[in-house]
Design a protein around this ligand. Structure first.
Ligand code: WT7
Length: 563
């Protein structure tokens, strides 16, 4: 297998590369059984790298370095605790914690017993937490006493065990102290070896209709995390790597956990809130060499000004990448000027599990383009019949099935899963794009109503459902409105119930209602009251018409409009 990372290698590997070559790196090549936690953590200890720092953690009040040996022991103890609580292989165990060292020890502990891990974004409020735990039929949850207030335990019949970081045992309630629990357990654990296709992780993500979908990935996905870690993240064993994404989202696991640790690097985790000074300080103090972030963050850093950058020594940074939303050419030009580095865009989705299209480190960057497909995966622009379109023609961005990190199911929802594969032989992403003559992909937009705000994917249906729970709201339609900083912001059109009068106060109250009930990032930044919303005869709110209103464009075919 070649791991060299230059353009001629890319061209060569496009023709010759086979995923089976990568499998030889892992022990399952001999045994047929696997565990991603072993490959991320224990393997490095066995191969003599136990003293190396695996996790370099800091937040405004706490900072800690954890070696591979310690990460192995912590996760073993946690795995033993889960066993003692009779959690079994295949059970869903969710983690609702800030991104602290306890998060990562729990994460690998869950995987070590062969259970399925479900990371929950720390900012979720009750409705969002309930939907996910309910749909996945999670039997155990790792959280804090503080965050537990947002877990409606009495409405979750499957949830039996709650492990509390910084909390007390309470047998009757099924509460177990994390600290007491792991302290009692042995740091030896015998790994549960599983099949390559054994479920590994569930990430919930949004579509345009219905509740969030539980995207399931299996252990086999790791070969793509590992290999793209080499090719695209350019990871070498002496790298110090920082992925700014939260592990509640797929970037924060595929590239915040799996790729770096499979490649044995030192992984920097920074807790706390975003601030330009804090982020640059993190890069400087940790001597970060490889940095993976998102367009909204880069735009905010750009907005903070060049003077802030100049206060810090960023000379160790060798490679910068971006994902999640369109990366503006302007941001790339700015990055080149202040960081003296090109920001490399990458494209993928929760469902693809790993990077599919990227600007390779050594590739010529075309600002505004997402780059070219990785070897071993065939991405293309296709028409409705699955025919590949010629260069410079817009169509569906699709990926030929299968590839290692492709999702294997939508939890409890085979119908939703099928929707992605309606064109035989292809996974259809829901993005539109075109390819230029040299095979670079250029993003055009989403084909559905999914909103991308600050790189976070929000389903309008979830927000609308929450909005209509407010006593003043009769009907609500939600769209993404173009925004310079955040890509899109959430805008809600609302028809009020009789007896309520529109006011600025009411707007604030409704926005706060979504914020405290669902999640801050899902709360509408803009609300507009309307007497009536455009609906189809079957009563569906026509978001297309709302968008046209917003942008001052023609509303298109209105033949299905109610009146
Ligand atoms: C959607 C997937 C897994 C990465 C984090 C987001 C948009 C992603 C880009 C890019 C333009 C992008 C697409 C995609 N997106 N990367 N480089 N340029 N748009 O994962 O939450 O599943 O969202 O994010 O629209 O479909 P996600």
């Amino acid at each position: 297998m070649t791991t060299g990372n230059n353009l001629s290698d890319y061209e060569k590997e496009k023709d010759t590369f086979q995923w089976s070559d990568v499998e030889k790196v892992f022990s399952w090549h001999q045994t047929g059984k696997v565990n991603v936690a072993y490959e991320c953590v224990d393997r490095h200890v066995e191969e003599g790298r136990g003293d190396k720092i695996a996790l370099s953690y800091s937040d405004p009040v706490r900072s800690e370095n954890i070696t591979y040996e310690q990460l192995k022991q912590h996760s073993n103890r946690f795995a033993n605790l889960l066993k003692r609580l009779h959690i079994e292989k295949g059970d869903r165990v969710f983690i609702f914690l800030p991104r602290t060292p306890e998060f990562y020890a729990s994460f690998f502990g869950v995987l070590k017993i062969g259970a399925v891990v479900g990371p929950l974004f720390e900012a979720f409020m009750t409705a969002a937490v309930q939907d996910r735990l309910d749909n996945s039929e999670a039997v155990a949850l790792v959280t804090t006493p503080q965050l537990l207030k947002r877990v409606p335990v009495d409405q979750l019949p499957h949830l039996k065990k709650i492990i509390l970081v910084g909390g007390e045992d309470n047998q009757q309630l099924g509460h177990y102290s994390f600290e007491k629990g792991v302290f009692q357990e042995s740091s030896d654990f015998s790994m549960e070896w599983v099949d390559l296709e054994h479920p590994m992780i569930i990430h919930y993500t949004s579509g345009s209709t219905g509740k969030p979908k539980g995207v399931l990935h299996v252990h086999h996905a790791m070969i793509q995390h590992y290999q793209t870690g080499k090719w695209v993240l350019d990871l070498n064993s002496d790298d110090i790597y920082w992925c700014t994404a939260d592990p509640g989202w797929v970037t924060g696991t595929s590239y915040g956990i799996f790729a770096p640790w499979l490649n044995g690097v030192t992984n920097v985790i920074r807790g706390g809130r975003f601030s330009p000074d804090d982020w640059y300080q993190t890069l400087e103090t940790n001597k970060v060499t490889v940095w993976y972030s998102a367009p909204t963050a880069f735009r905010m850093l750009m907005g903070a000004g060049d003077e802030v950058v100049e206060k810090y020594d960023l000379s160790n940074v060798r490679h910068i990448m971006s994902v999640g939303e369109p990366l503006n050419p302007e941001v790339i030009r700015w990055g080149l000027q202040v960081y003296k580095k090109r920001i490399h865009d990458t494209w993928w989705m929760t469902e693809t599990g790993g990077i599919v299209i990227a600007n390779y480190p050594q590739m010529e960057i075309r600002p505004g383009s997402m780059g070219r497909p990785i070897p071993g995966v065939h991405a293309a622009i296709i028409d409705d019949n699955g025919l590949e379109l010629p260069p410079n023609t817009m169509g569906h961005l699709a990926v030929k099935t299968p590839w290692p990190s492709l999702m294997r199911s939508i939890w409890n929802n085979p119908e939703k899963y099928k929707e992605y594969f309606q064109i035989p032989g292809w996974y259809v992403s829901g993005d539109t794009a075109y390819q230029d003559e040299d095979g670079y992909f250029w993003f055009q937009g989403r084909e559905d109503d999914v909103i991308n705000t600050s790189g976070e994917r929000v389903g309008p249906f979830e927000v609308e459902s929450k909005l209509v729970e407010h006593p003043a709201v009769a009907e609500a339609g939600v769209i993404g409105k173009p925004d310079e900083l955040r890509g899109q912001i959430i805008k809600a059109f609302i028809a009020l119930r009789d007896g309520y009068a529109p006011s600025e106060e009411l707007k604030k109250e409704i926005a706060a209602f979504v914020k405290s009930g669902l999640a801050a990032h899902a709360s509408p930044r803009e609300i507009e009251f309307k007497d009536k919303l455009p609906k189809t005869r079957s009563g569906k709110i026509m978001r297309r018409v709302l968008k046209a209103w917003e942008l001052g464009l023609p509303a298109g075919d209105l033949s299905t409009l109610e009146d």
